[in-house]
Design a protein around this ligand. Structure first.
Ligand code: B3K
Ligand code: ZN
Length: 881
């Protein structure tokens, strides 16, 4: 909880640590109510610092004893602040022995050392280590750790920490111990321990070099039937990093531990990754295709951090994207390579574009907008954002687009050659990319320093006589809080030209043959013209292929051109994009028509285009599904000056209903054609089929007759996997029929599976017929608790973020509900509360009547006391002018 007034921390104020740490020896006597932590740490004065004051961080811990170089320090020899312990004018060489007490069972923040289902776990990133012991808790202080764990043997039979197990044995009084040593230097945020009643799936695995390593996936008893996919994903990740980047696992042992109470997805602690159960546990009965894909991505992500994050880490938290943007890019490439086909790769890319538009573009246009490398923050935990992660990954991807795969690999190699075991900055990564390729990437720096989504406007001119085709690209970037007058970015714009036959034209730029059907134009000025030569006919331009930069592209496409691209573009991302543009133009018109009370209509051309894609058997089912999913209500809202969530919902529903009616026979045929009989497999082909089949089912249930209801009911009852069962239930819920019996039977079947119960709450929270009263009622359910982040997210976040027409109920009742629960959650877990607080980010865009009520709700939260820095930062930025 906040004790002093919140302070803004600035990147420009960075100073090197006054002391560097060599070794850390930690001793834990684990007890839920009273854990004793003994910390023996050796330090030396840092020649790079002018200060002689030794500053340690500490929070929510009680200091019991403090010795320096063997002598107990008298109270006058150190200063104990609310968040620091300072030893002024300390000697050049120091050994500190610090004993502290903490109470893990009272720690509901899930940061530091805490108890989940009776066992001990830690989460230290970003600043949780200071809740365990006093320490210079900053990522540029890297040290070697030895850890001794002592605990009751019965209750905590498994004792784990980073690195290698040195010894273990029994102690008096039914206790036992384990001693661990991490051979690598690491920052404190990568420290971890687990003391728990767990079981594991384990395997020895042979690296390419021939070295054998031990791999373990630890879970609670009863979940051992759900660890195969995580283990398989881990092995795939190890192999992939060897092959794609020449990076080998540097430890003899690599552990994954699943825990039910966790603030985010997972954590890359050295050799001891701790995961939210959501990203470990899967079998066909309980996990969906999306869950399986999430497990593969997150297991890969945390494993890849071992090099990008752990071996080379961040100098300070402003550099967070150095490890996160890069590691997201790596996990994206891993997932794409695991599918293997070009079309599968495109499907993963389209998913990434959707995430950017759904979450990152709104963030970049809202009150929390910040550069990929922020300049300031109040609470660092608020900056684990889609901008730092997903836009950061786009920035890394642009290096690869500009330098090619080989050039990118050269840059990576140089980065590790230069910076292994160092704590560095985003600029160091950019320098490695530039130097390894002999390229000037100075202007590219603006992707790190300027917030906001750039808008690229294209115009074209075909000269039939000269056979030239000019594309003029101009760029601008809107102002964001604290940043005006943006300078031009270095933007790779991938372009192809389609002929009337739908085929890609051979390309020449200013007379130079390109040698590929896509040219990467490098836009560096505010405006530039690129001339294609030997262009024999008027082309249709396919601009920003593969979404080559995280920008908004404006081009006055005609419907005819979009239909041409939707039918023929060889670039699957732009083919999909053409469909989205066709849909968006109509959705915006329909929304306006709803608002004006005009009659609604949808043209046959659009329906025909949808039909053509739906039945095109040459396309992957997964692509067809994506092509048929309409832009979400959130994405539509982002296109409007003044957002009317109810009109948007009505317009989108009208379009879905019309498509469902017009394409009913084709939808039914696809539903039948894309069944996946036989044992469940999460592979991309099968998942794609299920995706298309279940989309068809959802459409068929928009206006269900008894035949459709029976179809869904049958799928719900007979499904052999969770993907199909959950999809059927969701379609039934959205049909508006009375589905209480199905909901009850689903709950009864899966009451013992926490992750499935989360789905049960989430489906209801996001259903357009669930109003705030229904959510309040669901919160009374015995299985609901605010204390478990997955459960809180399942109901509250899905209602506040994925159910816009109910969240924006005209009477403002859902805003009150939001305020009430941000405040309630804040008392338990500020990080989770601050995420919920962000649901109100875009309040200024709504119609005045809603705006007033949203402001009132924000003000109510801002006035609440006590309030964490986390929530305070979010709401005060939302309210600021
Ligand atoms: N590095 C962690 C995130 C820690 C979040 C702290 N609030 C997970 C990840 O990105 O891999
Ligand atoms: Zn990460």
């Amino acid at each position: 909880m906040r004790t002093d007034s919140p302070q803004t921390i600035f990147r420009k104020d960075y100073t090197p640590p006054s002391y560097l740490v060599h070794t850390v020896e930690l001793g834990f006597d684990l007890d839920p109510a009273r854990t004793i932590v003994a910390n023996r740490v050796t330090l030396s004065r840092n020649p790079a610092s002018k200060s002689k004051d030794l500053v340690l961080h500490g929070e929510e811990i009680d200091l019991v004893a403090l010795r320096m170089n063997g002598k107990t320090l008298a109270p006058g020899q150190y200063v104990l602040g609310s968040h620091t312990l300072t030893i002024p004018k300390a000697p050049a060489e120091v050994t500190l022995e610090i004993e502290t007490l903490c109470a893990p069972e009272l720690n509901t923040t899930l940061s530091g050392l805490y108890v989940s289902n009776g066992s001990f776990y830690t989460q230290c990133e970003a600043e949780g280590f200071r809740r365990i012991t006093y320490f210079p808790d900053r990522p540029d202080v890297m040290a070697k750790y030895t850890v001794m764990l002592r605990a009751d043997k019965q209750r905590y039979p498994v004792l784990l920490s980073n690195g290698n197990l040195l010894e273990q044995g029994d102690l008096d009084g039914g206790r036992h111990y384990a001693k661990w040593e991490d051979p690598f230097k690491k920052p404190s945020y990568l420290f971890a321990l687990v003391a728990a009643r767990l079981v594991c799936q384990e395997e020895t695995y042979t690296l390419k070099s021939g070295r054998e390593v031990l791999l373990q996936v630890w879970v609670e008893e009863g979940n051992l039937d759900k660890t195969d996919y995580a283990m398989q994903s881990l092995k795939n990740s190890i192999r992939w990093d060897e092959e794609r980047f020449g990076l080998e696992l540097d430890l003899d042992r690599f552990m994954i531990v699943a825990v039910g109470d966790f603030n985010m997805g997972a954590m890359e602690n050295k050799g001891l990754n701790i995961f939210n159960t959501k990203f470990v546990l899967a079998n066909p009965r309980v996990a969906t295709d999306i869950d399986y894909a999430g497990i593969e991505a997150v297991v890969g992500h945390e494993y890849f951090h071992n090099w990008t994050g752990n071996r080379v880490t961040c100098r300070d938290w402003f550099q967070l994207s150095l490890k996160e943007g890069l590691t997201v890019f790596r996990d994206q490439e891993f997932s794409a390579d695991m599918i293997g086909t070009a079309s599968g790769r495109a499907v993963t890319r389209i998913d990434q574009v959707r995430t950017l538009r759904q979450a990152q573009f709104p963030e970049d246009a809202g009150p929390m907008a910040h550069p990929v490398r922020p300049d300031s923050f109040v609470e660092i935990n608020n900056f684990y954002t889609v901008t730092v992660y997903e836009k950061g990954a786009e920035v890394v991807r642009m290096y690869q687009t500009l330098l090619g795969r080989e050039g990118f690999r050269k840059g990576m190699d140089l980065y590790f050659q230069r910076h292994d075991e160092q704590a560095v900055q985003c600029d160091d990564f950019r320098a490695a990319m530039a130097d390894a390729n002999g390229r000037d990437l100075a202007q590219f720096e603006r992707w790190y320093s300027q917030a906001g989504t750039p808008v690229v406007t294209a115009s074209t001119r075909y000269d039939a006589a000269a056979q030239t085709y000019d594309i003029t690209l101009s760029q601008r970037c809107p102002d964001t809080p604290g940043q005006t007058g943006k300078l031009p970015f270095h933007i790779p714009v991938a372009v192809g030209l389609l002929g009337a036959d739908g085929k890609d034209m051979a390309l020449a730029l200013d007379g130079e043959v390109v040698g590929a059907t896509t040219a990467v134009l490098e836009l560096k000025e505010a405006e530039q013209t690129f001339r294609f030569t030997s262009v024999r006919e008027q082309p249709v331009p396919s601009i920003l292929r593969d979404f080559s930069a995280p920008v908004v592209l404006e081009y006055p496409y005609t419907d005819a051109e979009l239909l041409h691209l939707f039918r023929y573009d060889s670039d699957a991302v732009n083919r999909w994009e053409a469909g989205q543009r066709l849909a968006m133009a109509r959705l915006l018109k329909l929304t306006a028509a709803v608002a004006q009370g005009a009659t609604l209509a949808l043209d046959d051309t659009f329906i025909a285009a949808q039909r053509a894609v739906l039945v095109d058997e040459t396309l992957d089912a997964a692509f067809r599904e994506l092509a048929l999913v309409l832009p979400s209500e959130t994405i539509i809202a982002e296109q409007m000056e003044v957002v009317d969530p109810h009109a948007i919902h009505a317009a989108r529903q009208f379009m879905r209903r019309t498509i469902a009616r017009e394409l009913a026979p084709e939808l039914l045929a696809q539903y039948q054609a894309n069944q996946t009989p036989g044992p469940y497999s999460p592979d991309a082909q099968s998942a794609g089929k299920r995706g298309l089949k279940n989309l068809a089912l959802a459409y068929l249930l928009i206006d269900p007759g008894s035949a459709e209801l029976k179809l869904a009911q049958r799928q719900f009852e007979q499904a052999t996997n969770m993907t199909d069962r959950a999809a059927a239930l969701s379609a039934l819920i959205h049909s508006g029929e009375d589905v209480r019996a199905s909901l009850q039977s689903f709950y009864d079947d899966f009451a013992g599976e926490a992750l499935v119960v989360d789905k049960w709450f989430a489906m209801q929270g996001a259903a357009p017929n669930t109003d705030v009263a229904a959510v309040r009622k669901l919160m009374q359910h015995p299985a609901f608790t605010l204390k478990n982040p997955n459960r809180a997210r399942s109901l509250l976040f899905s209602f506040c973020n994925a159910n816009p027409s109910q969240f924006h109920a005209k009477d403002g009742s859902a805003y009150d509900f939001w305020a009430e629960h941000v405040i309630a959650l804040d008392a338990l877990n500020p990080q989770v509360a601050a995420r919920l607080a962000r649901s109100m980010d875009r309040w200024r865009r709504y119609a005045p009547a809603l705006q007033d009520q949203m402001r009132a709700a924000l003000e109510r939260v801002a006035r609440a006391a006590p309030l964490s820095n986390d929530v305070m930062e979010v709401v005060s930025k939302a309210l600021a002018n």
